[in-house]
Design a protein. Structure first.
Length: 126
């Protein structure tokens, strides 16, 4: 008995992915039981499988870098400038120069904001 094979018959299954869509690199990540439960819950809340949620979260997360020694020194210098400016504002207030006091207080607030943004690793261009 001879079998006849139809070569025009469509192949079953999902079509192959494009080479650019393949995920060839893998990262092993460890979680405690509590952390894993939290990740699973969050994935479930957004309607994704846990691996897909972790993948998307890793690609869209904003990572804050630790401040280096140079940045620590900059924060110290800016804090010193703020302290000096605060002392000048007090002296100006005692002498009756209220306009100088207001300017100094605004500048001290801006310096405090700058220090906070440096420590948190934020964008300093704003």
């Amino acid at each position: 008995m001879v079998k006849c094979v139809d070569t025009n018959k469509p192949k079953g299954g999902r079509p192959p992915k494009d080479v650019n869509d393949l995920r060839n690199n893998h990262v092993k990540v460890g979680f405690t039981d509590l952390e894993y439960d939290s990740v699973q819950y969050k994935a479930q809340q957004v309607g994704k499988r846990t691996p897909n949620y972790v993948h998307d979260a890793a690609l869209s997360a904003r990572v804050r870098s630790h401040i280096n020694e140079e940045q620590v020194e900059l924060v110290r210098n800016v804090a010193k400038m703020g302290n000096n400016l605060n002392q000048i504002a007090r002296k100006a207030n005692q002498s009756g120069f209220t306009s100088v006091r207001t300017y100094c207080e605004k500048t001290v607030d801006q310096i405090a904001l700058l220090i906070t943004r440096i420590i948190r690793g934020g964008d300093l261009s704003q």
